[in-house]
Design a protein around this ligand. Structure first.
Ligand code: ZN
Length: 261
């Protein structure tokens, strides 16, 4: 192959393996025109880099300039499942029921104000052996760019809401909404005892594709050790719930479903 084709293939593969989830906030999708005109909120501008045009990625590109130290691997050969933006009284119990039926656990990335609103769901998540992840107080996509004191206050407030529901809850992880990480945020999370959790498979379920599309995206991108990003809140998640009925048993059979470590 020509060098240019090799580069394009490599970039495409990286993009396919590592998507970017921005649940419910951005209406545009991969292949759509640049989001600038369609996105209601102005995007923070990352440090400019020499631009390379990827060859029509299937999934939206990973945010540029990701800081070091993000966890994107389950820690063993199994696949880890992560569910973001809850808890939600309609969708979270349906996911929990499926996980329980399959005898597997997942990680729930909780939004602080939702945890405050639905403490009984936080309690169920913990009672059923799942791991907890702080996902900011109000799903602030720009949190990483705010003053460090504000980042810290947001993460502390979220942990307090979770621990108001489950006093000794272990909150091992933090995930920045939209994956828009900054090094400052990774540092603050670390100071609070939380490891930064990214992902390696993003089916963009927040955009409500049909269940069969979610299944196909996950199953084609999953590898041993993948961390799969999905959502149990933030909108109608009937497609995600339906997809999980196939995905959970399939992934368990192919790779095993692991706890993050
Ligand atoms: Zn989210």
């Amino acid at each position: 192959m020509r060098p240019r084709a090799v580069l394009a293939l490599a970039v495409g593969l990286v993009l396919l393996l590592a998507g970017c989830g921005e649940p419910g906030k951005t209406p545009s999708r991969a292949g759509a025109p640049p989001a600038a005109s369609a996105t209601p909120k102005p995007k923070p501008t990352p440090t400019p880099r020499p631009s390379r045009t990827p060859p029509k990625p299937q999934l939206r590109p990973l945010p540029k300039n990701l800081p070091a130290g993000l966890h994107r691997h389950s820690g063993d050969q199994g696949v880890a499942l992560t569910f973001d933006d809850g808890p939600n009284p309609r969708w979270t119990p349906q996911i929990l029921d499926q996980l329980r039926a399959a005898h597997v656990t997942a990680t729930f990335c909780l939004v602080g104000k939702e945890a405050r609103r639905y403490p009984q769901l936080v309690a169920r998540i913990v009672r059923e052996g799942h791991q907890l992840c702080n996902h900011s107080w109000r799903h602030d996509m720009d949190l990483g760019r705010r003053p460090v004191a504000q980042i810290r206050a947001d993460l502390v407030r979220t942990n307090q809401a979770i621990r108001a529901a489950v006093p000794k809850a272990k909150i091992s992880w933090f995930r920045q909404p939209g994956g828009r990480w900054t090094p400052e945020e990774v540092a603050v999370a670390g100071q609070l005892g939380m490891r930064p959790l990214h992902w390696s498979v993003d089916p963009q379920d927040w955009d409500r594709p049909p269940a069969k599309t979610i299944i196909k995206r996950v199953e084609s991108a999953a590898r041993p050790g993948s961390v799969v990003l999905m959502h149990d809140a933030g909108g109608d998640r009937s497609q995600t719930v339906a997809a999980c009925r196939t995905l959970i048993p399939d992934l368990r059979r192919r790779y095993g479903i692991s706890r993050l470590r």
